[in-house]
Ligand binder design. Structure first.
Ligand code: GDG
Length: 739
């Protein structure tokens, strides 16, 4: 028995439960994914988590179903109530995510309650995975989450098990970030995906779009194939899915396929067949395809008796109004074509609205001369690959350039599905294509499918997931992750310290960074927490910030904190009545005015950027600007500043989405000088900060101090934590220790 487990989660279980008068029964649906993962059973024990179909749990005992599914299939059912199904599946997944992921936001039908239930159901899936990891080995087991219905799950599992190896594969396209950002809750969805260790897409374009979305929506920069996150490293890659070639071969070798072929021939009546097979979905481009075919017939009336377009439309999501409308629309066009050619013995179109057995489908592929695959947008499109797999070296594939499959199958006749003339011309071209040319194109594509079938796909994904470096290691120059053990040692030391001092940065450490500095007000939870720290006997707490005195006085002035404002220009102990200025020169007007003028030029050419004027410094903020453009402008600005200011007593510092010029000698380390001036002594100092400006503090505190960097960057600090919530958690533990 393999000791590693592969925990796969997808919306649907590969087993469906049917309830009837005598009880319940199971029906397996052998999709490509199931075959691929089942083939790995010598390496892994496979556990599958998913929805088993609609089950009326008031009629049958769900526990009995659960036990049996577990025993017979190692499957864990996630039962969904009517409400959950409507809001999570039909609602947010299929009326919001599906259209946006396919560049068709006009099909969005959004009800804000749907996202709440989407989140709730994602949590149920995540809890099932977490329970499995708790029973197994979270550091060894592999989790593989599938598709857009479960985008929040990787983040939810990561929260519980930071060390878990979590794969996520998106079967749909990942659209341009401009389209993705139309989604409500796009930040939550992206953060959910960022919880994965490996995010797989069908093509590199989708990877590129994903990188652009995390940059433009979350401000997170990435490398070509990975992102360094505060908690772990996420890899991204293109893994084009493929088909189960063995299954196709088996079906073709089945003698009974002859009967299916006969059924197909009774439809074609010796004519040349153009075949289209789709789930009846508005992304598949069926109406425009049929209109293009109508145009083709009108341009080639002599062919109307010699060709037939067989359109197989598999019923899908029939409860959704847009799908019902699509069906009516498609049937209307089919009727128009049929009526136009009603004088012919056989209509040039044959429409089938149902799902067929796979062997019958293969008979259609075998008999078809041309496959016409014209989705507006499609993650991959397996129909195109199945056609090639069955035909091998004959026939013509006409393929939409917006299907993921077009990235691999460049030999096909590639068309733009929005251009009916081009479709019509491609049909003319295909019908006239010499056999030698067909063979050249088809065998090249067939060879690719043989090289990359469904097993190759799953192996490639899992290999990458298992062998990549999760980024938990200690990197030179990077602080050590603050482990649970080390944290409790610090808390213990704090508990017994005589006179400890906490020096805390504000933005990015005590509060999350916001687009506008004035919006980062402390919430009640923070005010209470700081109040509790202040109330601890013999403990002193300070806020060390680049902000102005006014901000801090207004927000936290009543608490009794030590303040260091404007990067150590102004410092005040609670018992002092006045602020102490750490340098005596004033602005030196020329540099200040020059910098202000230069910033003005950048404000004018960098939309979203603005200047913040402080007493001893000037900051240029670009958090709200287009990140790619603004980073370039920031680099240019720094070069200009260095030239303009070469003889001035100032420093140019580049922080998180901010460029700052400030007087030399003004930095956060000044607080240590002030402690000495005041003759104060502390036997334990804990300094926490997130930005480059906090490095001055980390370097200035005496040896033996505890320095903590918030975030993943290189730092002089000893330890690092992921974000504001972890800082607040540590502070709460410090309070509890001395109470
Ligand atoms: C999603 C993405 C991505 C179709 N009709 C019948 C039938 N089928 C089978 C085909 C094929 C599958 O359904 C359709 O797969 P597609 O890839 O074309 O499309 P979606 O269902 O939209 O799939 C897509 C895919 O996920 C995988 O990642 O390629 O882009 O949208 O295998 O054979 N099967 C049977 N009878 C039918 O009538 N038995």
């Amino acid at each position: 028995m393999p000791n590693k487990r592969l925990i796969a989660a997808s919306n649907r279980l590969p087993v469906t439960v049917t309830v009837d008068e005598v009880g319940f029964s199971f029906k397996t649906s052998p999709g490509g994914l199931v075959t691929a993962l089942s083939a790995l059973q010598s390496e892994f024990e496979l556990v599958w988590i998913g929805w088993p179909g609609e089950v009326d749990t008031s009629v049958v005992d769900p526990d009995e179903i659960r036990t049996q599914l577990e025993r017979e299939y190692n499957a864990k059912p996630v039962f969904l109530s009517r409400r959950q199904l409507q809001r999570y599946y039909f609602g947010f997944s299929n009326k919001v995510l599906w259209p946006v992921l396919h560049y068709l936001p006009t099909h969005i039908d959004y009800d804000e309650r749907d996202f709440t239930v989407y989140k709730e159901v994602n949590q149920v899936f995540a809890d099932e995975i977490i329970a499995e990891l708790e029973r197994g080995n979270p550091a060894e087991d592999i989790v593989w989450v599938h598709d857009y219905q479960l985008m929040l799950v990787p983040g939810m599992v990561r929260e519980r098990f930071p060390e878990a190896r979590i794969g996520f594969f998106l079967h749909t396209p990942f659209p341009s970030s401009e389209v993705f950002r139309t989604l409500p809750y796009r930040e939550d969805l992206l953060r959910g995906l960022l919880g994965a260790s490996l995010c797989g897409f069908h093509t590199y374009s989708y990877v590129r779009h994903f990188r652009s979305a995390i940059l433009h929506i979350l401000g997170i920069e990435s490398e070509l194939n990975h992102v360094e996150l505060d908690t772990h490293r996420l890899f991204m890659g293109a893994f084009p899915i493929s088909i189960d070639l063995d299954r196709t071969e088996e079906v073709l070798a089945d003698k009974e396929i002859e009967q299916d072929i006969q059924v197909v021939r009774n439809i074609t009546h010796g004519r040349r067949m153009i075949l289209s097979v789709d789930r009846l979905d508005y992304t598949k481009g069926v109406p425009d395809r049929l209109r293009a075919y109508k145009k083709f017939l009108a341009r080639n009336p002599h062919l109307a008796r010699d060709v037939v377009l067989v359109q197989i439309a598999v019923p899908s999501r029939t409860q959704i109004a847009d799908y019902q409308q699509l069906k009516n629309n498609v049937e209307g066009i089919v009727n128009e074509i049929t009526e136009t050619y009603e004088n012919q013995p056989h209509a040039p179109i044959h429409y089938i609205y149902r799902s067929l057995p796979f062997r019958r489908l293969c008979a259609f592929y075998l008999e078809a001369d041309i496959a016409l695959v014209t989705p507006y947008f499609d993650g991959m499109n397996l129909v195109a690959k199945e056609f090639v797999a069955v035909k091998k070296n004959k026939g013509v594939l006409i393929l939409s350039e917006h299907a993921g499959a077009a990235h691999e199958m460049g030999e096909a006749l590639i068309i733009n599905p929005w251009n009916p003339d081009q479709i019509s011309q491609a049909l003319e071209h295909a019908l006239n294509m010499p056999e030698a040319e067909q063979t050249r194109m088809m065998s090249a594509m067939y060879a690719k499918i043989v090289r990359n079938d469904i097993h190759h796909w799953s192996n490639a994904f899992l290999h990458e997931l298992m062998h990549q470096d999760p980024g938990h290691e200690h990197v030179q120059g990077k602080p050590e992750v603050l482990s649970t053990a080390r944290r409790s040692e610090i808390v213990q030391a704090f508990k017994s310290a005589q006179s400890p001092l906490l020096l805390l940065d504000y933005d990015g450490t005590l509060v999350e960074i916001t687009n506008l500095p004035m919006n980062a007000r402390p919430n009640q939870e923070l005010i209470d927490l700081l109040g509790q720290l202040i109330a601890l006997p013999r403990v002193q707490t300070g806020v060390v910030t680049g902000r102005s005195r006014e901000d801090l006085r207004g927000w936290l002035g009543h608490l009794g904190l030590v303040f260091s404002c404007e990067h150590g220009l102004w410092i005040k102990w609670p018992e002092e009545s006045d602020w102490h200025k750490m340098i005596t020169e004033d602005r030196g007007n020329t540099w200040y005015t020059n910098v202000r003028d230069l910033y003005e030029q950048y404000n004018a050419t960098t939309p979203g950027s603005f200047t913040e004027e402080k007493e001893a410094s000037l900051a240029w903020h670009y958090r709200m600007s287009d990140p790619t453009h603004a980073q370039w402008k920031a680099r240019e600005l720094i070069m200009n500043l260095k030239t303009v200011l070469s003889n001035e007593p100032v420093e140019v510092i580049s922080g998180k989405c901010v460029v700052e010029v400030r007087m030399q000698g003004v930095h956060k380390g000044n607080i240590v000088r002030r402690i000495e001036e005041l003759g104060r002594s502390y036997d334990m100092i804990i300094a926490i900060g997130d930005d480059v400006t906090d490095e001055y503090l980390f370097q200035a505190v005496p040896p033996g101090s505890i320095t903590i960097k918030v975030g993943k960057d290189v730092s002089h600090a000893l330890y690092r934590v992921a974000g504001v919530p972890e800082v607040r958690r540590l502070l709460r533990e410090l309070v509890a220790a001395r109470k």
